[in-house]
Design a protein around this ligand. Structure first.
Ligand code: 5GP
Ligand code: MG
Length: 179
């Protein structure tokens, strides 16, 4: 693994290697293949951050499955948490499907906490969350992931789809902000 990198003038140090990520994608996919055998689940990957994880995980899915990509847009509204999340690209196919959300990272949980009710409204048969990374100590909203790659501390990371102000998504491994 390379040594430290710079993104937008900030230093990041190697944190999770390509090999570790690849192995974890294989492990999560193996669990899903087993749990959803015969059920033809629908994966919904949340753009932008999850596109790399989704592509790698999905190639290890060996059961019949579909995948769809959505974007969540947030705007100021009147909910208790201050803004409203709306999904771009979500269609009616969620009804009566076993749905697995794919996320790059679960941080405060706000995004999914606000989005999940919208999905439940469309009556999926089941709804689970697979996230590559989770920061349990940063959680402010009650969202429990069902499949987790790595539990990490509340420190900013980039790479493997995750950006720092638009840059860094193309870095193949995950890097952590240096002290
Ligand atoms: P949440 O709604 O759970 O607070 O935040 C989820 C989103 O915040 C993620 O999908 C991601 O876009 C962004 N995010 C949270 N923590 C990090 C981080 O450490 N690095 C990067 N690049 N994005 C993060
Ligand atoms: Mg994201």
């Amino acid at each position: 693994m390379d040594s430290q990198i710079t993104v937008h003038g900030k230093r990041f140090v190697p944190y999770i290697s390509e090999e570790e990520i690849e192995h974890k994608c294989f492990e999560i996919a193996a669990k899903i293949n087993k749990d959803y055998e015969g059920q033809k689940p629908l994966f919904i990957a949340i753009l932008n951050g999850s596109f790399v994880f989704a592509a790698d995980l999905f190639r290890h899915i060996s059961i019949d499955a579909e995948i769809s990509f959505i974007k969540l847009a947030s705007y100021k509204g009147t909910t208790s948490s201050g803004n409203v999340i709306t999904a771009i690209g979500l269609d009616e196919r969620v009804k009566d499907r076993h749905v697995i959300i794919l996320e790059d990272i679960l941080d405060t949980g706000r995004t999914l906490y606000q989005f999940l009710p919208e999905l439940y409204n469309q009556n999926p048969l089941s709804l689970k969350i697979a996230t590559l990374l989770t920061k349990p100590s940063a959680r402010l909203f009650d969202v429990q992931p069902d499949y987790v790659g790595f539990e990490i501390p509340d420190k900013f990371v980039v790479g493997y789809g995750l950006d720092y102000d638009g840059l860094g998504r193309n870095i193949p491994a995950i890097y952590q902000l240096a002290e």
